[in-house]
Structures are given as C-alpha cells and as structure tokens.
Design a protein around this ligand. Sequence first.
Ligand code: DP6
Length: 376
Amino acid sequence: MTEQDFILLPYPNTLESGKITWESPSNIALVKYWGKKKDQIPENPSISFTLSNCKTITTLSFSKKENITNFEFDVYLDGEKKDDFKPKIQTFFERIEIYLPFLRNYKFKIETKNTFPHSSGIASSASGMSALALCLMSVEKQLIEKVVPSSAPDCYRDETSSSNEYFNQKASFLARLGSGSACRSIEGDLIVWGKTNSIEGSSNLFGVKYPYKIHDVFKAYQDTILLVDKGKKQVSSTVGHNLMHNHTYAKNRFQQAHDNLEKLKTILESGDLDGFIALIESEALTLHAMMMASMPYFILMKPNTLEIINKIWKFRQETGLHISFTLDAGANVHVLYPKNETSEILEFIKNELVAQCQNGHYIYDQIGFGARLIKN
Ligand code: DP6
C-alpha cells in the first residue's frame, strides 16, 4: 500500500447531512515510538496493547455548506465548546484533505467525551484522533456506498466483505496524521506500527495487527494506570519526538527498537514473562533516558514515579509475581500483569502504590480489541 491507494475519487453520491458516532480506545506501547520524520513517519517500529476501558466517544454531525474556502468545524468536550482544541484539528484536516476531499464541503460539529477523567495525564490524542478518523471514514463510506466507482476496494461494495481491512487501514492511516500513536488504536489486541523486517506486512503508514502466535498469558493482560500527575506536561510528545533529530543516541535507539521487536516475537510466542518484563521496562526507561539526553533536556517522571517503580521491583523480588511497569511520555505509571495474578497484585497496588497517586486516583484497564461503531 502507498499513500496513493488512500485517494478515492470521484465520489458518486451527494450527502446533505448526517451524524455518526464511534468509540475508540487508547493504547499503551510496549516498544515505544519516539522520533519521527516528515509526514508523521516514525523513525522506528513500535508495538502496543490496545486498551479496553480508556476510550473516547466521538459524535460527528455534518451538513453541506456552499462556501468551500475554509474548513468549518466546532469542537465540544463533555458538551462544552473547546476552541483551544481547534488548531490541532485544523492541522489534522489540512494533512488529510488530500485523502478526504469532501472536508471543505461540510460544516462539522465534533462532540467528544472520554471515559477517563479529562486532564488525568492520560493521552487522549490516540483515542481522540482515532475516533475522529473513524467518523470521517464513515462519511466517506456513505459518499461512495451506493454507486461504487470501479477503483473502490471491496469493502465499499459489501459490508461483510473481508476487506473491511481497507476501511481499518485507511482509518489508521488518517489517525496517524492526527497523532502517530493514534494509528495503533483502531484494532486490537496487539498492534504494530512502523516498517520492520521481523514483522511481515508492517508499514510506516498505518498500524497492523500483530500477525504471529501469542501465548494465552498475553491475551488478557491487565493494565492498572496510576495517575501520578494529572497536570499538563511541560514538554509535549511532538516536541520530544523532534528532539530526536541530531540526538546523540538516536541511531542506536532506533536500531534497538527493531531488535526489541524481533526479541518480543519469541517472548510473545513462548509466554516468557521474565523476558517480557525485562524488555518492556527497559523500553520505558530508555524512552525517558532519551528525553533526559536531549538538548534541551527534560524530565517527565516525578518523584512518585520513581517511588512506584522501586516498590514494584521490591514486591516482584519478594513475591516472584510478574508485576511490571511501563511509562508513556508523562509521569503516570502503567502497571502491567497477567490476569491470573490479579488479586495479589491489585491488593498490593491498593495498599502500597495508590498513596503515590494524585488524589489516590488510578484507572483499572486491560487489553482490548479496538474501536466500535456506535451509531451511523
Ligand atoms: C511516548 O503519538 O503522542 O507515547 O505523533 O506527535 O502526536 P505525535 O506523538 P504521540 O507520541 C506518543 C509517544 C509515546 C510512545 C508510544 O505511544 O509509542
């Protein structure tokens, strides 16, 4: 697939107005995306668990307009108009217009809500951008559904066709242009993004389902997210990615991500929990090490992040349980563990770790299976 495959023209149908709702989950990377080239192309491959409970629900209403000089849209979060979200969506529309040429023909109302608290420090860009991309894909689908041009893939002819794959791929492709990690939120349960030799079918343009055997222990993995700091981050991910240009360790880091994906294949197949823990914790700390070694340098972990990590290590050593952590670009800690160890580990989290969370807040989540159309 190339970028050109995502341009479908002309649209045979006209649509006056409509309303679509999608819900889309967040995801947590095991091998991290950190560093990107032009047009949201990642410098290295990444793989993530799709989450189940942390979701964005977006309703897109649209009505035809005459003036096509500008994009017209309003954004609401929990019913409240959010003009500060508009620049990001404006940039998103500019990037995807070539692939969705109807964007200037409609006035859009984007109503969104998250299942996790706003400003919890949980990245809503992955779930938010993927939900919006899916809503826009549903509009395109309606625009070409009845009279289908010969260039259109099968999914536009037959709802049940296996080439729903094209719909998902284009949704992931568009979501990537909104926020890189968002391309891993369309499907579940393990998604790879970024071309790498060890994963057949992997692409820099969109996320693909991990295609190899996964041991049962990884099929119901748990993620309890400890909200250490709910404030706005001092340095955004986009700025952090850009600091990987000319970074002293960039070349080695990008190679390490390829190597880790290769290693993870064996781990995922065999159910090697110790190997899994070592790999994902090293990935999390490497991500933050890259931030600390950037110029300018920065630190997103907080004292309580380190306190939690040390407690996890001590508890693991004492009990032999398979508790581990990963981090995204912030201070919060994702505590990962297999389902069959849930009761002991949750008790430990509640007794020992929740005290380090801001206002004692944490979110219970687990591996999930991707986005869902709620209403068309
Ligand atoms: C540390 O996807 O938020 O969470 O593409 O600039 O929107 P943009 O960045 P974003 O970066 C996420 C980085 C990460 C690692 C990961 O999810 O792989």
